[in-house]
Each structure stands twice: as C-alpha cells, then as structure tokens.
Design a protein around this ligand. Sequence first.
Ligand code: HEM
Length: 510
Amino acid sequence: AYSQAQPPTPATGTPAPAAPASQPRPLTEDGGQPVGNNQNSRTAGPNGPVTLDNFHLIQKLARFDRERIPERVVHARGVGAHGEFVSTGDFSQHTKAKLFAEKGKKTPVFLRFSTVIHPGGSPEQLRDPRGFAVKFYTEEGNWDLVGNNLPVFFIRDAMKFPDMVHSLKPSPVTNQQDPNRFFDFFSHQPESTHMLTFVYSDQGTPTNLRQMDGFGVHSFKLVSARGEVTYVKFHWRSKQGHKPATAEEAAAASAKNHSGHTEDLYENIRAGNFPAWDLCVQMLDPKDLGKFDFDPLDATKVWSGVPEVTFGTLTLNKVPDNFFEFTEQAAFAPGVVVPGIEPSEDRLLQGRLFSYPDTQRYRVGTNYLMLPVNRPLAPVANNNQAGAMNFGHTASDVNYEPSVVGGRRDTASAEYSKLPLSGTVQQQPIAKELNFRQAGELYRSFTDTEKTNLIKNLAGDLGQVKNADVKKKMVAHFYAADADYGTRLAKAVGVEVSDVETIAKTLAVK
Ligand code: HEM
C-alpha cells in the first residue's frame, strides 16, 4: 500500500499510517475504487470463458507481470538498514564537508550489504567480497561511500571490469560458474594476486555482516574551504570485531539458513543490539604520493603504516519497512559526493563514476533519485524536466540558467578542486605496478591455520583448472608473492614447483 499524501522519508522510513489489523480497510483498485469481488473472475455464465471487461482481473495480472526490475548486474544479493552517523569532531581543517564540521553532528544513513557475483536469491554465505555501501543524507546533499569488506580490488583499470565480471559469472553456454574461465582471466592480471589472497582466505566468508570491517578501497580527496587537498582512504572498523568464518563454518551456516546474514542483522537491530562501525580515515599530503614504491592511487594497494584517524561512528538502528522500496531501489554511486569530498584520479574509480548512474537510469529509471530511499533530505533545485515517473514539481517556468528573473545560481564554494597536470594523452599501464609484494605481506601476516585454510580454499577452485599453462601461471603469481605460498599451492594442485619458479622469475616486479 502507498499513500501519495504521505510518502515515506529516507531518514526514518516512516510508512503511510496503517489501519490497525482489527479494522480491515476496503481492498481497492489501483485507482482507489473499492473492489467488488476479489475471489472469482467474471465469466460468461457458469461454464463460459472469462470476460475481458473484468477490469480488476486484468489490472491485477498486468501489474503482477511487471513486478520485477532488472537485478543489479553485480551485487544482486543484498540487505539494507537505516541508521545514523555521528561525527567525532570538527574536521574542517581537512574538509568543508558539513557532516564532519562539528563534534556530535548527526547524519541519517542507509547502508546496503551485498555479495558481488551471485544472483538475487543466492546463499549469503558464499565466498565473495561483500559490498558495504553507505548513503549519507547530509544537509548539502547525499554522499555515497560505495565500498567493500576487503581493502583492495582485483583490477586497477575500469577497462577490465566487464571482462572480469563475465569470467566470474556463470558461463553463457552452461550457466555454471567455472574456475577454468575466471582463472584464465586472472592469469593475465597479476595485480589480482593481492585481492585473490583476501578472497580465498577466511575473510572471503564472513561469519555475519556485523562482525566485518568495510573499506572505501579507492583513494578519495578531502578538500578544505581553502581549497587544500588531502588524499584519503576510508575504513569502516566494526565495533563488534572482525570475525571471518572457515569454509566449513560458512557451508554449515548456509545449509541451516541461506539468508542467515540478513536474519542475524535484522534480529540484532530489532532486539536493540545496534551494530556500529567507526569511520577511520588515512590521510596523505599530495606531495607525498610519489614517495611510495607503489602507486597510492592504485586500488590493488593498501597504505600500510599510514595512521587512521576516527572521523565518526555509524550505527544501524532500523529495519526498512519494505525490502523492494528501500533495499532494492537504493542506488549508490561513487560519484555522488558533497562539497569537500571528491574522487581521486584512481583509474578504476574514474570508470565507476560513469557506470553506476548509467546502470541505475536503466535498472530503476530516469528519475531514480526522486524515490524515497535515494532522495536527498537537502532540497533539490535543478532544471531537470519530465522523464518517466517524474513526480517532482517545479513551481516556476524558469527551468534554465542563467535568467534575469531569478532561477537558480551555482555556488562558487562548491566548485571542484584544481589539479595541476602536464603530459601526453595516452593508453599506458601505471608506472609502479608492484603486483606481488603486498600479497606476500598479507600471506605472511596470516597464522598457520589461516595459511592452511587459504591454500585449501584456493586449491579447491584452482585444482579444477584443466589448462596446465593457466594453472602454472596462477601458482606462479602466488609464488612471486611468497615462495612458501606458491610452493604449498603448487603441491596442493599438482604442478611442479620448479616450473612455477621459472615462470615467477619472468614476472615483472616493478
Ligand atoms: C554495484 C560497476 C568496482 C562496490 C555495482 C553496480 C555496477 C557496478 C554497474 C550495480 C549498481 C546498481 O545497479 O545500482 C562497477 C564497475 C567497477 C566496480 C564498473 C570498476 C570499474 C567496484 C569496487 C567496489 C564496488 C572497486 C568497492 C570499492 C560495489 C558495491 C555495489 C556495486 C558495494 C552495490 C551497491 C548497492 O548495494 O546497491 N558496481 N563496480 N564496485 N559495486 Fe561496483
């Protein structure tokens, strides 16, 4: 049921007032007219066919036929919740973003967790990165921080994203996910070694969504009122702790209830045991970007050793009133930022800036930002016009700018920051790839049990690969990260360590 007079608001999800269950209201047509008979179709006599003038039947069937919208092309399986972000201080020396302007400042949020590759109804416990997408409804418009639960990504250039996703999704021929296909792809992408090490570790199967950290993954920019830029990475640190599950624990949980992550989240919120995360920020001066032996704007890298400053805490406190209306229609996009927060030049992020609003205009519709879950709390005053399902109203005929009779003006203080540039327009890889070192550091940071689980999980999929060259090349990537890692994996999948070592020596380590 919906009420045009009182639509839900994104901040509270307040539904239209419902009649108490003891006082049933008349069932209506979609136009509000009472329905005379919702039990039987109108027929020509007791044995004749159903008549076309049975408007209620036709409306009911036709509306039902249109209940589905395309599921997200990735991150289809998800669960959302409302909450609140509270700033821990005044960070205006770093950013003019108003949500960080004073201690205790509160901003409503909507958060959606998801798995990446598997479809809408798939078990929530499957091995996959988890999406960690947060929409902040700030006073200067929305900010979407669309991150994952792992700090890096598989690839560093948006050019490779559709290929990667095609290889990971089920085969177009058999409709089955196939390690032969995705390892064929990854054997050409040595930069994926770091992320694959995360995904095949127990971190690829979180125990639940509450005991899981989140990461913005990319570098972004904070911009102060003076125009000073700081490069940052955003980390969500779970107040509940970080608790990966073993493959066996995840499989057992999935067998018990394949929606167990939703159940855990919603039961805790309903019981008042509100889960919370600290937003921790790593900061780098632009002049320090060149000081690393890797590229800090490369999404396959972490900024080890750069301290985290806690900017605030997010608490989830309300289960949405309707799954489709909020969780499914939620549209997050990395380019949706507020003055004081900007995307960096990270090549992967730059591709994402285009992709999300593009898919959302298709998946949800042209005016998707007018829907309650996406609509900013800040007043929207643009010159957009019409389009399917437009229910915004402009009480002015000045839907252009500039104008001598009023209209809207741009805000100089919200202008993008400046970026000095020199060079040649080109298509070249980044200069400092350093594809393997951080993967090796991650492997060596694991306990013996974690290493054993990683090798077992990885061998379970890589062991299925039939092409010997692909298999050896993949093992060589892990060997280049760490000789012990590669040696154990080679033995687990039945390839010669000496072959792997030979290939690893040919791999660039820049
Ligand atoms: C969802 C594209 C990389 C996190 C999506 C969607 C697309 C997409 C088209 C569906 C959006 C929708 O239907 O509303 C891309 C492209 C990428 C990329 C082109 C690389 C060039 C990443 C990375 C992360 C990420 C690096 C993590 C930092 C997410 C999340 C969602 C999502 C969390 C689900 C948002 C939600 O809950 O609605 N992505 N993605 N993606 N992506 Fe990406």
